[in-house]
Design a protein around this ligand. Structure first.
Ligand SMILES: C[S@@+](CC[C@H](N)C(=O)[O-])C[C@H]1O[C@@H](n2cnc3c(N)ncnc32)[C@H](O)[C@@H]1O
Length: 683
């Protein structure tokens, strides 16, 4: 989630570094809190005299600036959409109408209503029926011209017929007949024919309904996947987690998750929405700004052409909070080349009003001990930030980022609690913030800096699987999909899970939720660990340790690191790793060659005997069950495949001790099936 080399932030950073003399650096190094660090840097001449507007002119990337809708462009795209319709290319038409809608100024309500009606025709041809109905509704609510309404009522009626929603179709046909009275430009004959057809349909539908005993219409199909469910009870303190998890803490590891009972492989342990999450700029035209789901039928922001939303719900949620302030400054953020982490740090502020932070600031010193909620900023504030280990140079670098973000907040109108309609170029002639916002710089600037520190260790990547288009008549095969990094986010409960190079969970995304699921059988009181990047099967120990030290500032002493486990390719396939089966608990592994003739083998540690034959018997079906799982997976039947893999891992765990290849083959396949259940898009 690093900062880009292109963009003007890097130049600002270098320029400020060069201008700071030893006295200023020393003064800065002696500061002891985040608010003072930001206020100090903001007060320096080098910052005040830094002109962003100059850099902005030279930046090519990152959308328009200043931000504006473009009526001419929208009209041109609409005409191109019309040409695509003439050629029968409905996919192109859909895309062009969506583009046109994005650029059409919100005040052009009639134009927008026509575009939505046109798009509904494309959707109807492409058999996207729920979406057709949604666009017709939007078009009507924007005042689609009365003399044309018969067209979209009739489209609505026929779409409802396909969906077998006959009661609603009757109303839509009745509306068609009434609307035909106002179809002043339709020639008489056509009007008469449409009226007759609609009346005939009404007759047929009414008779059919009477014969069927007036059944209720089926429910509209839901567009968004349902929220994944935790099995059993929720954790009473950490509400996003299940009661199979508790959080413990110690000196070296800080907080970490532990199993309150034996957890079988495949169990969902946590379902959480981000506290804050930000979509990467490059996906702003294809994915919902609010929930990161790919949207083929985008809804634009009424004010800017930079972002899209998947639904009215997401659009409203964004407009009521962060997007009101970010609308005008988004291209500035993108053009700056600052990292996604910077943007999340800003979002953690813009999603709440200034008053919210003013009210909680005095509580922030104490760690809250009540219910741990995802949307409570106080929990974010107390995530690990390693202030005591942080070098002064690092503070300086992050404070420069904070200064830039505070400037963006100023020009967005955040400090005035009033979103601005446009950013004034004059205000960008200095990176300094107006004196009248001195208190805001101290309060909010301090929090922005704290956010940047917290995010360094606690942010997660949000990804989706990108899958190839299936052949006609086949379903999408998702396990060959490529995981693509779409967004960055912070999940406050998941952020309490520590790392292992041999993790016990997998995470994937379902709509806006992150889902964490066991990928191993976890024993009661064992740690439930996730993975921060390097996995022992593919990355050598020294490299893993270096990555974790560099990025997360800890020395990993997980099982594979402590015992120097081999990489997958180095695993010795000549031996089977039997668990010592003595009647007293013994942690030893009894390595037995595949061609062993004995059936009782002595443990080198406890000297008791393990019955190999019994173990082999329990394993005899694993290969067959695993093959059945693989076959289901190849057919895209992921639920069935998962059941088989879970069965295999249970059998393995009852007898053998990892690491060995067949165990990790199965874990890897199970993992792929779980990811296939999550968000995906077809490319
Ligand atoms: C996302 S946080 C995990 C929760 C954290 N332990 C806490 O107290 O809030 C990441 C930080 O946890 C610590 N950590 C994570 N995994 C660890 C491990 N295996 N051993 C020691 N510390 C670990 C490191 O300090 C790391 O920077």
């Amino acid at each position: 989630m690093s900062q880009k080399d292109s963009g003007f932030f890097k130049k600002f950073h270098e320029s400020i570094n060069q201008s700071l003399d030893d006295v200023a650096k020393n003064n800065f190094a002696n500061l002891e809190c985040d608010s003072k660090r930001v206020s100090y840097l903001c007060s320096l001449h080098a910052v005040k005299n830094y002109d962003i507007s100059e850099d902005l002119g030279r930046c090519e990337t990152g959308g328009d600036f200043p931000v504006k809708k473009d009526f001419e462009k929208a009209r041109q795209l609409k005409d191109e959409g019309g040409n695509a319709v003439q050629k029968g290319d409905w996919v192109a038409a859909l895309n062009l109408y969506s583009q046109s809608i994005k650029f059409m100024p919100a005040k052009e309500t009639e134009e927008l209503s026509i575009l939505l009606a046109n798009r509904s025709a494309a959707l109807n041809h492409l058999e996207q029926y729920e979406e057709t109905l949604a666009d017709i509704q939007r078009s009507l609510s924007l005042g689609y011209p009365r003399h044309l309404r018969y067209k979209i009522y009739e489209r609505k009626a026929r779409t409802l017929l396909v969906l077998k929603r006959n009661q609603e179709a009757i109303t839509a046909f009745q509306n068609t007949i009434s609307a035909l009275d106002e179809a002043s430009k339709l020639d008489k004959e056509k009007r008469q024919k449409m009226r007759t057809d609609a009346k005939l349909m009404l007759e047929i539908l009414n008779k059919g309904l009477v014969l069927a005993g007036n059944p209720k219409d089926p429910e509209p199909q839901k567009k968004t996947p349902p929220k994944p469910k935790l099995p059993g009870k929720h954790n009473t303190q950490y509400v996003a987690a299940s009661d199979a998890i508790r959080i413990e803490q110690n000196e070296t590891k800080g907080r970490y998750a532990v199993a309150t009972r034996d957890i079988p492989v495949g169990e969902i342990l946590l379902v959480e929405k981000p506290h804050s999450g930000v979509l990467l700029g490059e996906y702003s035209s294809t994915h919902c700004q609010n929930c990161f789901v790919k949207c083929s039928i985008p809804l634009p922001c009424p004010k800017c052409p930079n972002v899209i939303f998947c639904s009215e719900k997401c659009l409203e949620a964004a407009q009521k909070s962060y997007h009101a302030y970010e609308c005008q400054i988004l291209p500035l953020i993108w053009k700056s080349g600052c990292s996604i982490t910077c943007h999340i740090a800003l979002r953690m502020i813009t999603q709440n009003k200034k008053e919210y932070f003013k009210n909680i600031i005095k509580d922030l010193k104490i760690k809250p001990d009540g219910t741990y909620k995802t949307d409570d900023y106080r929990n974010i504030f107390h995530l690990v930030a390693h202030e005591n280990k942080r070098p002064k140079q690092d503070f300086l670098h992050r404070t420069q980022m904070a200064v830039f973000l505070v400037k963006l907040l100023e020009v967005s109108g955040y400090f005035d609690n009033k979103p601005r309609d446009k950013v004034l170029m004059d205000e960008l002639k200095s990176m300094g913030v107006d004196e009248k916002y001195k208190d805001d710089v101290e309060l909010i600037g301090g929090l922005v800096l704290k956010n940047l520190e917290v995010l360094q260790f606690n942010a997660h990547e949000v990804f989706e699987l990108q899958c190839s288009k299936p052949k006609v008549g086949q379903c999408v095969i998702k396990h060959y999909g490529r995981s693509v990094f779409l967004a960055g986010a912070v999940f406050p409960t998941l952020a309490l899970f520590n790392h292992s190079c041999d993790p016990s969970v997998v995470r994937y995304f379902c709509g806006p939720f992150i889902v964490v699921r066991s990928v191993k059988n976890i024993k009661k009181d064992d740690e439930v660990s996730e993975n921060y990047g390097p996995i022992f099967t593919t990355v050598p120990k020294e490299k893993r340790q270096a990555i974790l030290q560099d990025q997360y500032w800890f020395t990993c002493d997980c099982g594979p690191c402590k015992e120097n486990w081999p990489l997958y390719v180095e695993m010795n396939e000549n031996y089977m790793r039997f668990k010592c089966d003595s009647d007293r608990p013994c942690p030893n592994v009894v390595a037995v060659p595949h061609d062993c003739k004995e059936f009782m083998v002595q443990c080198g540690l406890c000297h008791q005997y393990t019955n190999i034959l019994k173990g082999l018997k329990s394993l005899q079906d694993t290969e067959m069950i695993y093959r059945l799982g693989r076959a289901s997976m190849e057919e895209g039947k992921y639920g069935e495949a998962m059941k088989k893999f879970v069965e295999v891992l249970k059998l393995y765990d009852s007898t053998l001790s990892p690491p060995y290849r067949s165990y990790y083959d199965c874990v890897q396949d199970l993992r792929s099936c779980m990811l296939a259940v999550g968000n995906y898009s077809i490319v």
